[in-house]
Write a protein that binds this ligand. Structure first.
Ligand code: R5P
Length: 308
């Protein structure tokens, strides 16, 4: 396999190629004077299985560059093309709402017409994403990685809490992986109103130490609302485990004042911001991607692949 990694994922690209799972591919994206994008594949790739590692999240140039490179690799004769999108942007636009875009389906179609044969991601947002995609969508699970954090930071006695219904299965996968007792996961009923996130709960028993597990921390609205409710339920210490740290805006920094001791997120979204004073620990998804990529060649196990 030949891996074409965009510069924002340079470190992950280097680690994957150093592990001999794939060779490094050479390409360039540039613009003509009139600002049209152009992709250059700088090596023969005919008959090869090519991987593109990058993002289709805003700025929109990322999605356009990704798809143009995919189209160019197929035009140059790539036998198979796998889009490695550690964070699958647009995956939350997965609900049928009258008059509103269904961007998950749109992104799936765009990737397909650009020549992508399959998508490899980490902790896909929902099962609906898979149904809406018109090409195979493989989601790698962070359950083992999060379980290792729970063990390392001695959080095994904390209550694992889901900030909404969608997170319950994620929490249960982590509890299983960490060998924690099989008890119902306390959760919140979450609704989004014009005034923001509204939570009802926690539904279920919570102790004084809590670990909240979710797939995305975007603005932090979900977690802020959940933490406020947890404090009202006498929770003193909160830890947050999220897969994709978008950290949009600065509201999420309020979490520190809401008894959040530490946020753990992975490096599926490259982080460039200054996270002071909030304590954020970034976990590498390279071992998960290594195992996922090995599975594509039939050399790995299926352990890392879960249903999202
Ligand atoms: C929603 O279903 C997701 O799982 C996250 O809870 C949500 O997208 C987080 O967004 P924010 O941080 O803006 O509330």
């Amino acid at each position: 396999m030949i891996l074409f990694g965009f510069s924002s994922y340079e470190q992950i690209t280097q680690q994957l190629t150093a592990a001999s799972i794939c060779q490094s591919g050479h390409f360039a994206i540039s613009r003509f004077d009139n600002q049209e994008l152009c992709a250059f594949v700088q090596q023969p790739i005919s008959g090869e299985h090519c991987l593109i590692l990058g993002s289709i999240a805003p700025p929109d140039e990322q999605a356009l560059s990704f798809m143009l490179l995919a189209h160019t690799l197929k035009k140059e004769g790539a036998n198979k093309l796998t889009a490695v999108l550690p964070y699958l942007a647009y995956s939350r636009q997965d609900k049928f709402k009258p008059g509103e875009s269904l961007a998950t389906a749109w992104i799936g179609s765009l990737l397909k017409v650009s020549g992508v044969d399959q998508v490899l991601t980490v902790d896909v947002h929902s099962e609906r994403d898979r149904e809406l995609f018109s090409l195979p969508l493989i989601s790698l699970s962070t359950a083992d990685l999060f379980a290792s954090v729970i063990k390392k930071y001695r959080l095994g006695d904390a209550t694992i809490v889901a900030p909404d219904n969608g997170a319950i299965s994620r929490c249960e996968a982590v509890k299983n992986a960490a060998g924690m007792p099989v008890v119902a996961t306390p959760y919140f009923e979450k609704t989004r109103t014009e005034r923001g996130v509204v939570h009802r709960g926690p539904i279920g028993n919570v102790g004084s130490r809590v670990v909240i597990i979710d797939d995305i921390l975007d603005t932090g609205g979900t977690l802020i609302s959940a933490c406020e409710k947890l404090i009202a339920a006498k929770v003193e210490e909160i830890y947050v485990l999220v897969t994709h740290g978008l950290f949009t805006g600065s509201d999420w920094k309020r979490l520190q004042a809401l008894n959040v001791r530490k946020i753990f997120c992975t490096d599926t979204v490259p982080l460039h911001r200054d996270f002071e004073p909030m304590d954020v620990s970034v976990l590498s998804v390279v071992p998960i991607l290594q195992e996922g990529l090995s599975s594509l060649t039939g050399k790995g196990t299926q352990r890392a692949i879960a249903s999202g």
